[in-house]
Each structure stands twice: as structure tokens, then as C-alpha cells.
Ligand binder design. Structure first.
Ligand code: FMN
Length: 199
């Protein structure tokens, strides 16, 4: 079954929630499924600190998961206006895929969560696109056409899905944020099919 890889890092769970709503959107497209994967925390010392299989939650992504995907939706909490180091660390291991052009011409999109409303969602989303462009992926955002982008009270941008978790991180995604997550998943899944059929 062709699949869209929904790959995320999340420390407190907000970005994980978005990932699973995006996966629901992917599942709306018949003939396409979502594969939700995460990456391990990284250590500041040079020794492994995480088991190969996480004790709970989504399993860790392999390079093969990425190589075989028909599209990629990449998510991270905002860390100083940028993606979190564990996700960047994973991407930094994709040089061989880049050299072989394994991700070229596949659709991709991005999502994030922040604790402050204007704390860098769009900067993070744009910066997450950069390595994907180097890989030759075809970036998809969110169009204003379905109306949700005009109604945001928290996250939600044309650059990708997003969520505002609030100062203490406890704010749950609202209906608009979740609708935009599902739209993003559905859109990338549809684009993946269209690009595949056109190849
Ligand atoms: C080191 C660090 C840097 C952060 N930088 C930002 C930031 O630049 N802007 C912001 O609004 N939130 C920032 N945050 C807050 C997280 O982005 C926010 O709590 C997010 O919802 C966490 O997502 P998660 O639950 O998936 O881990 C930062 C958090 C940490 C730990």
C-alpha cells in the first residue's frame, strides 16, 4: 500500500497530537495510508540513551521508512524559531538518500506547535522546508480556499499546519487547527497519487 510518512518529534505531546490528526486526513484518500513515525531524543554525550524501540507511542523512523514513502509530512515543536534538534539530527543522516535523489519529486509538507502565539510558527515551518527542498521534494502548503485560514484563533498558516499550546503548554488544539491538520494530510496524500499517476 502506498503511504505518506508523517514524521515528527514531540517532547510534551502537542506535536504528536497534530501528527495523528494529519494521519486521519491522509486516511481520507482511498488507496493511500499514513505511516506515523517519531525520532528518539538525542543525547548531549556520545552514548546511546534510548532503546531501539520506544516503551510507548509511535515507533522510531528508519531511513527505509523515509525512502519508500510516497510523500512526507514533517513536524516539530518550535525551538527558538526552528525545528527541534532530534528531528534535525535524523534529517542530517539522510545524505545517502539525497545523493541518490530518492525523495525527489515527492510531495512534502510541514507542521509545528508553539507556546506563544507569535513565537515563530511561520519561521519554523519555513526553516523545516529547506532540507526538503534540497532533497528535491515538492512543497505543499494550505490554500485559503477552504475558509479555515480566515478563522484562526490560534495556529494555522498557509505554510503548513500549526498549533498554539499556550504559556504552560496545556491548550488543546481547537477545531480550526485540527481541520487544517486533516486538510494538510489529505492534500499531500492526494498530491502524492496525482504525481505518481503523472510520472
Ligand atoms: C528549548 C525550547 C525552545 C522553545 N522555543 C520556542 C519559541 O521559539 N517560540 C515558542 O512560541 N515556543 C517555544 N517553545 C515552546 C514549545 O514550542 C511548545 O511548548 C510546544 O507546544 C511543545 O510541543 P510538544 O508538546 O510537541 O513538545 C520552546 C520550548 C523549548 C523547550
Amino acid at each position: 500500500m502506498p503511504y505518506i510518512l508523517v514524521l515528527y518529534y514531540s517532547h510534551h505531546g502537542a506535536t504528536r497530537q497534530l501528527a495523528h490528526h494529519i494521519a486521519r486526513g491522509v486516511g481520507k484518500v482511498s488507496g493511500m495510508e499514513a505511516r506515523v513515525r517519531t525520532v528518539p531524543q538525542i543525547s548531549t554525550v556520545c552514548e546511546a540513551t534510548e532503546p531501539d524501540i520506544p516503551i510507548e507511542g509511535d515507533i522510531y523512523c528508519t531511513l527505509e521508512d523515509l525512502e519508500k514513502a510516497d510523500g512526507l509530512i514533517l513536524g516539530s515543536p518550535t525551538r527558538f524559531g526552528n525545528m527541534a534538534a532530534p528531528l534535525k539530527y535524523f534529517l542530517d543522516q539522510t545524505g545517502a538518500l539525497w545523493q541518490a535523489g530518492k525523495l525527489a519529486d515527492k510531495p512534502a509538507a510541514v507542521f509545528t506547535s508553539t507556546s506563544s502565539l507569535h513565537g515563530g510558527q511561520e519561521a519554523t515551518l519555513l526553516s523545516m522546508m529547506l532540507p526538503l527542498l534540497h532533497h528535491g521534494m515538492v512543497l505543499a502548503g494550505l490554500p485559503y480556499g477552504d475558509g479555515h485560514l480566515q478563522q484562526t484563533q490560534g495556529g494555522g498558516t498557509p505554510y503548513g499546519a500549526s498549533h498554539w499550546s499556550g504559556p504552560d503548554g496545556s491548550r488543546q488544539p481547537d477545531e480550526t487547527e485540527l481541520a487544517l491538520c486533516r486538510s494538510l494530510g489529505e492534500r499531500v496524500a492526494r498530491l502524492a497519487q496525482q504525481l505518481k499517476n503523472a510520472a
